[in-house]
Design a binder for this molecule. Structure first.
Ligand code: TRP
Length: 334
């Protein structure tokens, strides 16, 4: 039996290069060796988009298209929609009893998000408890591994506390929920935005999307910061903090050539435009085929929706089995 992986995204926008290097690329590899579940977390997406359900609905298909276009294969990966699995909501309710309010308020991921979203004084309960709902997502599938970025580690800690407390209360003699392990993606997990800010993000308006046109890619790269002291081509340039080099390091397949270019840049005599042109080509080579597959797939929305329904039906069977066991353990057995 292959180990189980559960991971997911909130459908709040199209996916970008940050998602690609941080998770999508990894999922394409992992699907061969693991029993992988990928969830489109629409219920979680609604916790901070409560007034905008149509945004969430529209982005379910956009995210699904991005998944398929990068090579997540529904024959190998179970792609499903959170709201189509009511058992996840039920498990969340049982888990609510296992976590204190103080513990939720201490969760670093939630704290950061509350600050960013300026909801410190008006926290919707649904938002505050989303880590509990996320624990239900993970434990309903009895996942062994959750591939995440560092920012999601507190979520897994919370999940494991819930698993242990559940076992202690309702299954003291035999381990029912196993604790889960993070699968941290490699060094490239945080791609800076085109403005050089630490994280590429839709809300910071600094993203290059997997659906970008060649012109959009070109415009984004031309606007990138390089080295503010590199005014003339003959000036020696700096590599550190130079967004164009950061991207070339991550995306350019020809590492030898990049190290040569770095030396030349540091010595002086290499202009930013040459580097940017190179990066534009590298990114077009990566994104264009993805965009074309995406466009072809988007012509048949029914097919996408059917894929999601099938994946969700399969995922639901797994969650139903877990919930039958859970009900039994908490003595709900009429
Ligand atoms: N919290 C994740 C995000 O914001 C999405 C998510 C929901 C998730 N449930 C999950 C990730 C379970 C991993 C496992 O992107």
């Amino acid at each position: 039996m292959k180990p189980i992986i559960l991971t997911g995204d909130r459908p709040t926008g199209k996916l970008h290069l940050g998602h690609y290097v941080g998770s999508l690329q990894n999922r394409v590899k992992l699907q061969n060796d693991y029993n992988q579940f990928v969830m489109i977390a629409d219920i979680q997406g609604l916790t901070d988009n409560t007034d905008n359900p149509s945004k969430i609905q529209e982005n379910i298909t956009e995210v699904a298209l991005d998944y398929l276009a990068v090579g997540i294969d529904p024959q190998k990966t179970t792609i499903f929609v959170q709201s189509l699995i009511p058992e996840l909501a039920e498990l969340t309710v049982y888990f609510l009893n296992l976590v204190t309010l103080a513990r939720l308020q201490r969760n670093p991921t939630v704290k950061t998000e509350m600050k960013q979203k300026q909801m410190t004084n008006n926290i919707p309960v649904g938002f505050l408890v989303y880590p509990i709902s996320q624990a239900a997502d993970i434990l309903a599938f009895k996942a062994h591994l959750v591939p995440v970025g560092k920012d999601q580690l507190p979520m897994l800690e919370q999940t494991n506390e819930i698993a242990l407390r559940f076992n202690k209360l309702y299954s003291p003699r035999a381990v029912f929920f196993n604790t889960v392990k993070p699968l941290l993606s490699e060094s490239t997990s945080l791609l800076p935005g085109i403005d050089g800010k630490t994280k590429m993000s839709k809300s910071l308006n600094n993203a290059i999307y997997l659906s970008s046109t060649d012109e959009e890619i070109e415009k984004s790269v031309m606007s990138m910061y390089t080295d503010s002291k590199h005014l003339k081509i003959t000036d020696p340039g700096h590599i550190k903090g130079n967004t164009v080099f950061t991207y070339l390091d991550i995306f350019d397949p020809n590492k030898n050539e990049i190290s040569k270019l770095k030396k030349q840049y540091q010595a002086g005599g290499l202009g930013d435009v040459v580097l940017k042109k190179r990066l534009i080509q590298v990114l077009i080579d990566l994104i264009k085929p993805v965009r074309q597959r995406r466009e072809a797939l988007s012509k048949d929305k029914t097919k996408i929706l059917n894929m999601l329904k099938d994946g969700s039906a399969n995922a639901r069977k797994v969650a139903q089995k877990t919930l039958a066991e859970v009900r039994n353990l908490i003595h709900f057995s009429i």
